[in-house]
Structures are given as C-alpha cells and as structure tokens.
Design a protein around this ligand. Sequence first.
Ligand code: S3P
Length: 449
Amino acid sequence: MTPGTPTPLALTCDGALAGHVTVPGDKSISHRALMLGALAVGETTVEGLLEGEDVLATAAAMRAMGAEIRRDDNGVWHIHGVGVGGLLQPRAALDMGNSGTSTRLLMGLVASAPITATFIGDASLSGRPMGRVIAPLSAMGATFAATPGAGGRQCLPLTMTGACPAVALDYRLPVASAQVKSAVLLAGLNTPGETTVIEPIATRDHSERMLAGFGATLRREASPEGRRITIVGEAELRPQAIIVPGDPSSAAFPLVAALLVPGSHVTVANVGINPTRAGLIAVLQAMGGDITLANRREVGGEPVADLVVRASPLTGIDVPPENAAAMIDEYPILFVAAALAEGRTVMRGIEELRVKESDRIATMASGLAAAGVRVEELPDGLIVTGSGGALVAGGATVAARLDHRIAMSFAVLGLVARAPIVIDDGRPIATSFPGFVAMFRSLGARAEA
Ligand code: S3P
C-alpha cells in the first residue's frame, strides 16, 4: 500500500443496484501463475491477471529471483522462467507488502533453492504467524531466522536459506491451510524424491491443478486421513497460456450487496466456482438468496459461471463449520449478510480468521456493533442477530486495520445503513480489488471519501 495518509471511504445508495459487472482475476490463481511461470523454461502468458498490490509483490519477488516478467499493452503478462532449481539469490529483501500468500508460497520455493532470502512486509503481515510454514520447511532442511512476535509467533522480518538438495517429506497439515499445503508442494518441486501433503480438510486446490497443468507429476488420492497430494521432485515445468477467472472472493461483495439492497438485480460475470472456493454461494442460497449460476463453463482448468443475483429476504442459519475452508475469506461479507437476515446466523469453527490480514472476528465484531448490529463474539466464531431486512443504524466510523476484506465488507454494509458507515482507510482495497469503488458506482452506488 502506498505510504501516506489514510483515505476514508463510504458507500451509499438511494435505490436498487443494477447492472452487469466483472471482477478482477483470482488472487490465488494469479500468484501461482506468476510463480510457476517463473519456474518454467520458455514463455508463459497470463490473461486476466489480478493487477493488485499483493500479486504485484509476487511479480517483483520473482523478478528479483531471476524471472523476466512484463505486461504488454493488451494487459497480457509474459513470463520467461528460470527453470526449477534456477532461482537466483535476490540482492535485496523481498517486500511482500500485505500479502501472506506471496510470503508463504515463496518461502516454499526458496526452501529447496541454494539461496538466502529475506522477507519483509507491512505491519499487518509482520504480525502474522509464519511458524506454520517454517515447521515443515525446516524438516525439509531449510534454515530460518524469524522475528519473535506476540504469543510466541515466528514473524517477519525473516531470513531463510534453502537446502539443496532438500529432503522429501510426508506432511500432515495441522491447520486447514492452502498456503501451507502449497508451500510444501512448491518446495517439493526441486526436491529429489516424492513429497506428500496430507490434508484432513480439503482446501483450495489451485496449486495442484496448476502444477499438473504445467506438467509436474502430481498424484491426488483419497485416504482415511484425508486427501494425499504427492509431487514428484526435480520436475520440469512446461510454459503455459493461462486465463485467470474472476475471483469469487471479490465477487462476494457485489453478490451480497445485490441480495441486500431491495429491488437489486445484478449479474457478476466470469466468476470462478471451484468447489474448494464456492462455499459462500451455497450458504447464501440456504439463507434464501436468489442466486443463479448461468453459463457454466471451464476456463483454463477451472470451473466458471456468471452469477445472476436478485435482492432477497434472508434467514439466519447455523453455517456448517465443515464449510469453512471453502469460504474462509468470505466470512466478513457473510457477517454483513447475516446482519440483514431474519434471526440468528451462527458461524463457528472459524478461529483461523483471527490470523488473517487482521483478526477478522474481532475487527468485524467491533465494527458491526458500532454500526448498530447485534453480535456475540465467540473464541471460534460469531453469532449475528439480523435486522430482518431493516436498515442498520450506521452512522459510525469503523477501523479496517489494514485489511482489504474488512474495508470492502463495511463499505457494503453502508449501502443498507440509515446513516453512512465510514471506513477509516480504504487504501487496503487495492491489494485485491482495484476498481472496487468504480464497480459499485457502475451499479448505482455513491462513494464518498
Ligand atoms: C490462500 C489461502 C487462504 C486464504 C488466502 C489465500 C491461497 O489462506 O485465506 O486469502 O491463495 O492459498 P490459508 O491457506 O492460510 O487458509
């Protein structure tokens, strides 16, 4: 995020939202496209790459480790990779900004390369736990010097040295985390032998899909302990032409806004609906949301659809905790949907939200309460008692705490508030959704700074 003064933001609207919009490319897929393109020999092209700050941090890091990456005038990205095993020693610290995904996945890549790298980030990222990747990558032979953080956490700034050759590993994920899974699989790319990750709870599988697409040998098997994913090391990756679908986590904002603002009718086109990501849609439908998945198709190895959404009265439900991994980034906006539902929405089993860009349970609970919403914070979740469709009070300034999804969630709540909800700083939105405000304006909302 550009340093400087905070930029407050408030969205309001006078009537229904209407229109046909698209959202930027998927953030998870964009990171992975740059990383794998940077390891393939030859030219990989990427269309629809998310040009948000998080992804640009990944691009800068891959350039610093030797890849050639450029964007042409048509918005297509061209990557000339260094080959698996070919990463160069970066000359300066890698600045990851706000991006946990960049940090943890790149730590995986560095872990099996004969290089030393230092990772730094903003205040939010520097408080997030890195021990979850340090543990398996240490077992593979990498060495780390991390900064001690709150509660015994290992944090950025962090310097690590890869092991070459690294030692193959069989690793059972102690937390449901696609970032940890991906870090180990990416480390396995340049490791002799077979590296296996076992995930008791399925998390987003973009790494697996894309590794296979780039020609790595990867096996996915069901086992009594969960999904076993094995990568055969010392792989050679073949360059690809990648098309990135729209990000379902970004689509969640116009989707919920259209459900909540009376009379709205919105289409969000070209949205990824990978089952490991699409949990929110089923939950909103179970709450009574009128959402149709039109024009289902496959784009670049990922399922995609157009979401056709009409404003709907919602009813609170108990959200099954086993759905959490498939909608982990969507809870802040689900809390907003719950704020307008009839009755209680109970969301538990989501303690992982406490270690995202902010503590998303605490940050949302305090902002919702300030906006007049009834909430009960639990150690592992939140219970929201909704207004039954009535506008919430609003008239508050809420803290985004360097967290893009918190800022966007409260911006949407402002559309159904009697008095404006001001987000103290809208700048973090640029990490994942440049064009957020412009998109809402095109649907009929007003943005005030
Ligand atoms: C991501 C995985 C998730 C998610 C994050 C992106 C990824 O994190 O919250 O926004 O691209 O792998 P965890 O794997 O830590 O749950």
